[in-house]
Design a protein around this ligand. Structure first.
Ligand SMILES: *Cc1c(COP(=O)(O)O)cnc(C)c1O
Length: 341
């Protein structure tokens, strides 16, 4: 829907283009293709989930309608810089805040449009759905575009309540590595799925507020990880947090805590050791967008060396409310031991 609005804002005769980071969620590619636009990928800077600004400038053309700035694992993109670039070139800036809550553009009006996900594994988890936040100056046009999408009423009936109960009582407490092995539950598996139809869902306001409230109650336990894992630095590991420009990001609760291993091999060893110890570590998407299973041919540069390196090195640790200080100490011990092997 955000892309449909961006297309309507900038009428181009040719196929509209949308710029995405080369490492990320394949649903972004599906969203662009669903609006008959062309995804254009941009490499990252070394060792961080941010787009390379020089590459980005080269990727912007007269047919570029939107740039998607993606906040990964609670760390927002450098929206101040992206916003400047977009203003200079008449491109709509979409903040994908599916993994960050609240969105960075909540504090400063950097993005024109913000997307939130309320899906499983996201900060505000309502087991599905999401939100599109629209800047006031875009509101009239956005309303016109949004009306073209079918609207569903969401009923919180018995079926929904049973699903939530199962989710809360069982799935959430179940070790992640076991979940991955259950047939039919494709958690942890990254696959491309085409988006057949985008629909609006009238989520009950109360449900959204309660999801936000649940997330706000969490503690910023990623700071404990940060404190306990300092020894890893000497073994060549890096922390994404030190690249975070906004100090605010440190005190907001996270969904997962991200670290970068010295190599893909070390990352894989650590992930296995952690999962064996019962810590739900995950290496996330594991490959760059063009290499994700089922992603259609997409254009852009011929290679994305920094994004590839990032996908090889990334390891994420759980930050949900059941993670205790003892779990963090155990994770630190396992990680430090595995990095010495
Ligand atoms: C999960 C995710 C999405 C897609 O959100 P859904 O609500 O599952 O469609 C988009 N972008 C990012 C960065 C995500 O993590």
């Amino acid at each position: 829907m955000a892309i449909a609005i961006a297309i309507a804002k900038k009428n181009t005769a040719k196929t509209p283009e949308v710029i995405l980071p080369a490492y990320g969620c394949p649903d972004l590619v599906a969203a662009v293709l669903a609006q008959e636009a062309k995804p254009v990928l941009v490499d990252l800077v070394p060792g961080a989930p941010f787009m390379d600004l020089e590459q980005l400038k080269k990727a912007i053309s007269s047919t570029t309608v939107a740039l998607v700035g993606v906040g990964l694992l609670g760390i927002p993109e450098r929206l101040d810089r992206l916003s400047q670039l977009c203003q200079d070139s008449g491109v709509t800036l979409i903040e994908d805040s599916a993994q960050c809550f609240p969105p960075a553009s909540n504090r400063r009006q950097w993005a024109d449009l913000i997307v939130l996900s309320f899906g499983r594994g996201k900060p505000v988890n309502l087991m599905g759905g999401g939100a599109l936040l629209v800047r006031r100056n875009n509101l009239a046009l956005a309303k016109q575009i949004l009306e073209q999408f079918p609207l569903l009423e969401m009923k919180i009936g018995l079926g929904w309540k049973v699903k939530r109960m199962v989710f809360n009582l069982f799935l959430r407490r179940f070790p992640y590595f076991l979940l991955e092995k259950l047939p039919g539950l494709d958690i942890g598996e990254t696959k491309f799925r085409a988006l057949e139809e985008a629909r609006r869902v009238a989520l009950p306001e109360q449900l959204v507020f309660s999801g936000i409230h649940q997330f706000r109650k969490r503690l910023p336990i990623h700071r404990s990880y940060l404190a306990q894992l300092q020894l890893l630095k000497q073994a060549g590991w890096d922390f994404l947090d030190e690249e975070t420009p906004s100090s605010n990001a440190q005190s907001v609760p996270r969904n997962r805590f991200a670290i970068l291993a010295p190599s893909a091999h070390k990352r894989d060893l650590a992930e296995r050791a952690l999962n064996r110890a019962g810590i739900g570590a995950s290496s996330f998407y594991r490959c760059i967008l063009p290499e994700i299973d089922g992603v259609p041919e997409i254009t852009g540069a011929s290679s994305y060396p920094n994004a590839r390196k990032f996908s090889d090195r990334l390891l994420t640790l759980p930050c949900h409310e059941d993670v205790t200080e003892a779990d963090i100490a155990l994770a630190a011990e396992v990680l430090i031991r595995s990095s010495q092997d």
